[in-house]
Design a protein around this ligand. Structure first.
Ligand code: NAD
Length: 269
């Protein structure tokens, strides 16, 4: 473990270089306006995919800029602002993607909610319900709506967390949903295998994204949290994008039902 905080290198989102690995594919990414989902969206466009991004409109993210970057690659882009805690919206966003992009063969269910609560007494039913709906029910609603549209060769990717395996005291409800995402995706992978569709989980460690500060952590806490990685810093979203590309690509033809940790050496499970 690094003894002091190294400066985060400049791995800007525009540094990702594609090589046509996803040419002609059609992707939907929830949480595609910000952080990890945004990096995946830009990488997918650079690899030749058309990309729809679903997101909760927020000040700290800039969906228009992501759309601009996708279109700059000569790809189709679709912005889907809305709330995934609404079941009917989850079904609608899949239908809109299929209509606008002319199909769907890469589904990334990545949107997430994280609230820090020091004590069990502070995790209200309302809190737990919102986290369950955002992180877990939405996964089911979107996957259920999408599966009938997915052709053989399609890929489903979910974003869990290292929290699924090593839960922090302050993330009781969040960690529970992340463990649920792992189980759900593995079970779905078994269902989809006979259709030639793969499903895998990405389990990030600490990444420098708006999620951390909006989870109630001041920036210095995020820095501290980043030192849990063996690199002594949190990752930049662009540093996890290659895993989302690999799992979406035909090169991953023998990879399904797996969990990919990207933790900066902190490990998963
Ligand atoms: P982020 O804040 O940049 O992105 C979160 C995304 O989720 C945003 O695009 C937001 O619009 C979307 N979202 C949240 N609630 C929504 C709702 N109700 N309806 C629609 N969209 C909603 O954070 P991030 O770090 O990029 O998070 C992406 C995923 O990665 C999350 O599932 C998160 O739990 C997971 N993750 C992040 C880290 C990390 O350290 N950043 C670590 C492990 C797992």
């Amino acid at each position: 473990k690094a003894s002091r905080m190294e400066p985060v290198p400049d791995h800007g989102e525009t540094s990702y270089q594609g090589s046509g690995k996803l040419k002609g594919r059609k992707a939907l990414i929830t949480g595609g306006d910000s952080g990890i989902g945004r990096a995946a969206a830009i990488a997918y466009a650079r690899e030749g995919a058309d990309v729809a991004i679903a997101y909760l409109p927020a000040e700290q993210a800039d969906a228009d800029e992501v759309i601009r970057l996708i279109e700059a690659e000569g790809r189709k882009a679709l912005a889907l602002p809305g709330d995934v805690t609404d079941e009917s919206w989850c079904r609608e966003l899949v239908a809109k993607t299929v209509d606008t992009l002319g199909g769907l063969d890469i589904l990334v269910i990545n949107a997430g909610r994280q609230q820090n609560r020091k004590d069990i007494s502070q995790v209200t039913t309302e809190d737990f319900d919102k986290t369950l709906k955002t992180n877990l029910y939405a996964l089911h609603w979107i996957a259920q709506a999408a599966v009938p549209h997915l052709p053989a060769g399609a890929a489903v990717i979910t974003t869990a967390s290292i929290q699924a395996y090593e839960p922090s005291a302050i993330l009781l409800d969040y960690a529970t949903t992340k463990a649920g995402i792992v189980a759900y995706t593995k079970a779905l992978a078994k269902q989809l295998l006979k259709k030639g569709i793969r499903a895998n989980v990405v389990a990030p460690g600490p990444f420098w994204t708006p999620l951390q500060s909006s989870g109630g952590q001041p920036p210095e806490k995020v820095t501290e949290f980043g030192t849990e990685s063996a690199y002594g810093r949190p990752g930049q979203p662009v540093e996890i994008a290659p895993v989302y590309v690999l799992l979406a690509s035909q090169e991953a033809s023998f990879i399904s039902g797996e969990v990919y940790g990207v933790t900066g050496g902190a490990g998963v499970a």
